[in-house]
Ligand binder design. Sequence first.
Ligand SMILES: NC(=O)c1ccc[n+]([C@@H]2O[C@H](COP(=O)([O-])OP(=O)(O)OC[C@H]3O[C@@H](n4cnc5c(N)ncnc54)[C@H](OP(=O)(O)O)[C@@H]3O)[C@@H](O)[C@H]2O)c1
Length: 242
Amino acid sequence: MQSVESKVVVITGASRGIGAAIALHVAREKVRVCLCGRNRKALTEVAQSLGLPKQEYLIVTADISKPAGMKKIVEAAYRKFGRVDVFINNAGVGVRKDTPLTTDKEYDATFDTNVKAIFYSFRELIPRMKKQGGGHIINISSMAGKQGVPGMAVYCASKAAVNIMSEAVAGEVRNDNIKISVLAPGSTNTGFMSHLSKDMKPSPKDKKRLTVDDVAEAVVHLMKQDENTWTSYSEMRPLKIK
Ligand SMILES: NC(=O)c1ccc[n+]([C@@H]2O[C@H](COP(=O)([O-])OP(=O)(O)OC[C@H]3O[C@@H](n4cnc5c(N)ncnc54)[C@H](OP(=O)(O)O)[C@@H]3O)[C@@H](O)[C@H]2O)c1
């Protein structure tokens, strides 16, 4: 395991849920951190909970589903810190409803946020990471990207696209000292799925879920892996299901 102290870590979707927990766990490793999302107030609250001095964190508000939003994040991080060592594509949205009821708008929002944003991040980051001598991009996918879940077809398709796109791009850059990792958690205890539509099916209540800390710890583990070790794809699930 290597120390990640003073590395620059960017987290999208850091305003709540898994992203906010990742921020807390990486801050304990004494990294410099860039927190991104659309809600400045929520990001500021997360930033204040980290206990970092002002010069060691940055807040960027941006809509990552637009190319200009991802560009804004990457440019702001390079402007403040001069480099990005780890970029965590965590922000995501989902829909839980029967497929014939899913609208074009929901389909597009899901793919634009979950898939296109990661493509934009590759386009912005890879040339810069090559220039600085390497880097690590960690994409938060989902178990739903490998196992079709009824009522979540569009979300499943978006995460499957993340998995295969990441694998392809990882092969393009592995000799440039750039790692691209995919972490695919199972159901995790957040308010996820409640932000896109008002008319979604409720999530199953009795299911055993991962906690946000479980996922954040796995992200830290990926970041700290030895320089010559690369976990390309990993899945997380709770051991017991009841
Ligand atoms: N929860 C689960 O069961 C679960 C399981 C497996 C994988 N995942 C994945 O884990 C990731 C985080 O999920 P979560 O459960 O923590 O969700 P969450 O609590 O709903 O948080 C989602 C985050 O994404 C940000 N976001 C959404 N759309 C955005 C956009 N267009 N531009 C910028 N930021 C945007 C939100 O920020 P603002 O709304 O403030 O902008 C928020 O910070 C997602 O990729 C999800 O697919 C979740």
